[in-house]
Design a protein around this ligand. Sequence first.
Ligand code: UD1
Ligand code: CA
Length: 459
Amino acid sequence: MTIEIIILAAGQGTRMRSALPKVLHCIGGKPMLQHIIETSIKLKPQTIHVVVGHEKDWVTREINKLNVVEETGALINWVEQAEQLGTGHAVMQATSWANPSSTILILNGDTPLIQPETVSPLITHSESLNLLTVELDDPVGMGRVIRDEEGQIRKIVEHKDANPGQLLIKEINTNCMAGNAAQITKWLARIKNQNAQNEYYLPDSIVGAVSDGVPVNGIHAHKQEEVAGVNSRLDLSKLERKYQSIQANRLLFEGVTLLDPDRLDIRGECQIGMDCVIDINVIFEGDVSIGNNCVIGANSIIKNSTIGDQCIIEPNSLIDQSILGDGCQIGPFARIRPGTHLGKRVKIGNFVETKKSKIDNESKVNHLSYVGDSLIGKSVNVGAGVITCNYDGANKHQTSIGDDVFIGSGSQLVAPVEIGKGATIGAGSTITKNAPEGTLTIGRSKQKSIPDWVKPSEK
Ligand code: UD1
Ligand code: CA
C-alpha cells in the first residue's frame, strides 16, 4: 500500500492576530508544521504534500532550513493554494499530485501534537473513509460529528453552521482523515461553498462517501491533547504546557528527578542521563545532552551543549554551545558562551564569562573574570577579576596559559600573550609581554608610602 500525506498549511490563522503564519508558531521551540512533518516522516509515506498559500515563501523558507527536511527533502512536495477558499479546496490542490491508487492521509498544520500511533489506524486497505474523532468537554468552534440512529457518521456540521441541538454534540471532527486518493478526489469535486463561511469544507467530502454507500469509519482518539488544534494564542499556550508536561513525564520515566515537572521547559531535543536532579525554572534549548548524576540549579538555561557526568550547575547559569567534561562545577551566575570547552573537574565560579576558550582539567576560574579566546592548561588558578583583553578594537587575539599557572587577582592579560607553564602572575598586573615558564612576573607600578605626608584639614 502506498501512503501519501497531505498537510494543510495554507491558512493565515486570523485568530492568532499575528504577522507570522500560524503554522510557524512554535510549540516546544519548534514550528507547528515541523512537528507535523516529523510525525509524517515516521509513517513512511511516499510523498508529503504540504499545501501552502498565505506567506508561502516564508513558510517554505523556514521549513526548508530544518535538518529533518534536508535529510528527507525528496519526500516533500510543496503545493500552492493561491487563494484560501477552505480546507476542501486546499486538499483539492494536492490530490492532483497524488497517485489515484494511493491511500491519502490528511493532517492539519495546526494540530502539532498528533502522534503516528494515533493516526496509523486510519490508514487501511479498505474502501472506507476513515475519520479521527474525539470527544471534547468544550467543543466550541469545532465541527460536530452527526451520526444516524444506527450510529453511522452522516456528516460534519461546522460550529458556525450548527443548530442549537447540534451544538450540544461533544464528538468533534479532528479533520484528520484517510481514504483512497481517487475516491477522495471524486467526493471533493462535489462539495459546494454554500455555508456560513462561504468556504469549501473538507469534511463535506464525507457526504460524498455516504451517498456512494462507502462506509465512513469514525476512529476515536483517546488523548485529547494530541488532536487539539491551535486557532488562537490561548490554544497555543495551553498546548505548550501540555507538550512540556509530556516532555517532563518522559524524563521522569527515564530516571531524572524534576523538583517540579511544571517548571521545566524543553525547547528542542534533550537527552539526560540517570539520577540527574533538575531544579525549578530550568530551560533546555536546541540539542542538549547531559550525562549521569548531574545537578542543574534553579533558573539555569542550557542551549545546544553537551555536559558530562557528575557536573554541578549552580543556579542562574547560562551555558550556550559549549562542551563540559565530567565533574565540572559552574556558577552560580556564570555565563558560558559559545565555543567554551571545559576538561574534567573544571570550576567556573560566580560572575565569570567564558567564550571560545579551552580550559583543561582541574583548572579554576572562580570569581568575576572574563576568559575569551584563550587556551588554559591543567590545574591553572585564575584569581578573582582577571580579564583576558582579547580585542584591540579591530581584531581578536589569543591568550595562552600553560599548566599549573597562577594568575593573581585583578590582572589583565593583554592578548596576544603567553604565560609559560608553572608561572605566577602577581596580583594587579597588566601583562603585555609573554611571561616565561616558572617565573614570577609582576606588571604594576611600585608601591610607596610617604611618611611625612600631612592629611588636609578643613578650612
Ligand atoms: C477544521 C474543520 C473542523 C474541525 C477542526 C479541527 C473544516 C471546514 N473544519 O476547522 O470540522 O473540527 O478543523 O481542528 O475543515 N487551511 C488551508 N487552506 C484553507 C483553509 C485552511 O490550508 O483554505 C489549513 C489551515 O492552515 C489549517 C487547517 O487547514 O492548518 C485547518 O484550517 P482551520 O481554518 O484552522 O479550520 P478549523 O476552523 O479549525
Ligand atoms: Ca484549526
